[in-house]
Design a protein around this ligand. Structure first.
Ligand code: ZN
Length: 68
């Protein structure tokens, strides 16, 4: 299951949520204030460090889907 980072637009709380494929489209509730106004952040995983990680990845798999 992918772990996503969310940020609450109401209180600014940032939290991580495991999202299964089944509820991938479901709303995520802020654990701090209960608001549904949350947005998913790019996972630090996927973002990585711009530069070396990304360029080395594109050399081994176009689109960078290998996760390196
Ligand atoms: Zn909140």
């Amino acid at each position: 299951m992918p772990l996503y980072e969310y940020e609450c637009e109401k209180c600014g709380e940032q939290f991580e949520e495991l999202v299964s494929r089944r509820n991938g489209g479901a709303e995520v509730t802020c654990p701090a204030c209960g608001s549904h106004k949350t947005r998913r952040l790019q996972s630090t995983f996927a973002l990585g460090k711009p530069g070396k990680t990304a360029s080395s990845c594109t050399t081994c798999c176009p689109g960078g889907t290998c996760g390196l």
